[in-house]
Design a protein around this ligand. Structure first.
Ligand code: HEC
Ligand code: HEC
Ligand code: HEC
Ligand code: HEC
Ligand code: HEC
Length: 383
């Protein structure tokens, strides 16, 4: 029974889709069913679904951090509906077509969902309102030139295969005061990677072994684009893009002069990327018996956003709503190698001099800053 009902729902969705050409994007709110649930796609694209489920995109409308910040943003704004829409269109973009800015329907709560991305026909960053040409419906757009699918039509799409604009639509954003709160795309564009043809997809969605469709369905290739889309939230991703080296060490009886080089070897934009609630911290110190880092000295790499009084903003909601200017930006630009010098006092019986690179995410004030060790280099005493 349940099986039959969901089947009918699936066909109903397709039927809606058939007639849904043209300008769905600017039309009056349509029923939530113009988009199909991710678990439906999963009946065939199982492996891709598993990876997507592990991605931040699948949690963008339901993460505690987002819901708390959304609440704060709505609370602080004179026009509550506008404030809500201003956050939700990007974190739960199906709302643009369904009008469900209250995040009530399950499809809305899927966040940046399969059917949203794969029915975007074009992106224009300069279009008034939102940047998407939305075409929810039967045609799923993707990177395969000769794909044939039983339950939906397919269309080859350069936007999906290799254009950074699909990502820029959400990863580049000026707030109402004209401040670039998110500038990942323009940073990428200003660096060496566009000339090499390395777009967002190449680094964040590499080809990995896996079946596009499970079971007996025909597939034109045996590799899939990784849909886990990790950034700073994954240590492995950070390690692939950043390097740390102790390049000079001068040890005297009471102290050590330590020279450290931190390099952005493989991050396609400034590091750390994304929101200003993220920072990298280089820490140098000395280990004695306990294994604890003593005399810890730090340098932080981050981009500051400031409010009208010149205060550095810490909450994400404030960054979107109150930033009037960009303050200091000490992040590591693409391929940049930064040399830092520290003097560390050496306690009796010290064992090792240690340099650590940490990634710190302070997006969720309730949880407090989350620190991940990126990499560490040590020099043991007497070596
Ligand atoms: C009944 C099985 C089935 C279901 C359900 C299904 N697909 Fe597909 N899909 C396929 C097959 C088969 C292909 C072709 C694969 C190939 O050629 O390698 C495909 C191809 C695609 C492509 C590639 C298109 C291109 O031209 O590059 C995309 C994107 C896609 N599907 C998205 C989706 C999304 C999003 C959903 C859910 C809304 C979905 N699919 C549901 C079977 C299915
Ligand atoms: C953030 C947007 C986005 C979301 C969300 C997303 N995809 Fe994709 N998908 C892409 C892009 C971009 C490509 C092509 C990447 C490339 O060619 O480098 C792609 C490729 C594909 C392909 C073609 C095969 C392949 O791996 O290249 C299929 C099928 C597909 N996606 C299905 C899905 C399904 C099913 C979901 C949800 C479980 C999903 N996608 C979620 C952007 C997205
Ligand atoms: C519809 C808007 C939208 C689109 C399109 C989109 N993203 Fe995202 N992306 C988000 C949001 C919102 C988050 C943050 C989710 C969260 O943490 O709550 C995010 C998170 C991410 C993260 C994880 C960051 C971390 O902290 O680890 C990466 C990486 C990423 N996106 C890359 C991409 C790439 C690459 C593309 C293009 C193929 C893309 N995104 C397309 C909205 C989007
Ligand atoms: C040359 C490879 C490369 C390219 C190209 C690239 N990135 Fe990244 N990106 C990385 C690495 C490595 C990280 C992890 C380090 C970090 O977080 O800064 C990352 C991190 C991120 C993050 C998470 C930021 C954070 O610190 O939480 C987002 C979001 C992101 N990238 C989006 C994009 C978008 C959008 C594009 C295209 C405009 C893009 N990236 C192009 C390699 C790349
Ligand atoms: C243009 C798209 C866009 C808009 C509009 C937007 N966000 Fe985001 N948001 C993102 C992206 C992309 C990320 C991930 C960036 C990164 O990796 O640093 C993000 C990350 C976040 C995070 C961190 C999420 C986590 O799980 O750690 C919070 C909190 C957040 N946004 C809240 C808001 C609030 C509140 C608003 C409205 C005032 C808003 N966002 C408006 C795109 C957007």
């Amino acid at each position: 029974m349940g099986q039959i009902l969901t089947r009918c729902a699936w066909f109903a969705v397709l039927a809606v889709g058939v007639g849904a050409g043209g300008s769905r994007s600017d039309a009056a709110p349509a029923p939530a069913s113009v988009y199909t649930a991710a678990r439906r796609c999963a009946t065939c694209h199982q492996t891709i679904h598993t990876y997507w489920s592990e991605s931040e995109h699948s949690r963008s409308a339901t993460s505690k951090a987002f819901l708390a910040a959304l609440g704060a943003a709505v609370e602080a704004a004179p026009d509550k509906d506008a404030a809500r829409r201003g956050c939700v269109w990007c974190h739960a973009p199906t709302a643009l077509a369904t009008g469900d800015y209250a995040l009530e329907a399950p499809i809305t709560r899927e966040g940046v969902s399969c059917d949203f991305c794969h029915t975007v026909a074009d992106v224009d960053l300069y279009k008034p309102g939102h940047p998407f040409d939305l075409q929810p419906g039967k045609v799923k757009r993707g990177p395969l030139e000769y794909a044939k699918a039983p339950f939906h039509e397919t269309a080859y799409s350069v936007l999906h295969k290799s254009s950074p604009l699909l990502c820029a639509a959400c990863h580049e954003h000026q707030n109402a005061l004209g401040v670039p709160v998110l500038s990942t795309y323009s940073e990428w564009k200003a660096g060496p990677y566009p000339a090499r043809g390395q777009t967002c997809q190449e680094c964040h969605m590499p080809l990995v072994p896996g079946a596009i469709v499970k079971g007996g369905l025909q597939s034109t290739q045996r590799r899939i684009n990784l849909h886990r889309l990790q950034g700073g939230s994954a240590a492995s991703r950070l390690q692939g893009g950043l390097e740390l080296r102790i390049s000079g060490l001068d040890v005297s009886a009471a102290s050590a002069d330590v020279q450290v080089v931190v390099t952005n070897t493989g991050v396609g934009h400034a590091a750390p990327g994304g929101l200003s609630s993220k920072s990298l911290v280089l820490a140098v110190g000395v280990e004695a018996g306990s294994g604890e880092l003593l005399h810890r000295r730090e340098r932080a790499y981050r981009r500051e956003l400031k409010d009208a009084e010149g205060h550095s903003l810490v909450s994400v909601a404030d960054m979107f709503q109150k930033a009037v200017s960009v303050g200091e930006d000490t992040r590591l630009q693409q391929k940049e190698a930064r040399t830092e010098r520290f003097t560390v006092p050496l306690p009796e019986g010290w064992k090792a001099i240690v340099a650590r690179l940490e990634y710190r995410d302070a997006s969720d004030p309730a949880a407090g800053p989350k620190t991940t060790l990126v990499t560490e280099e040590r020099r043991e005493r007497g070596r």
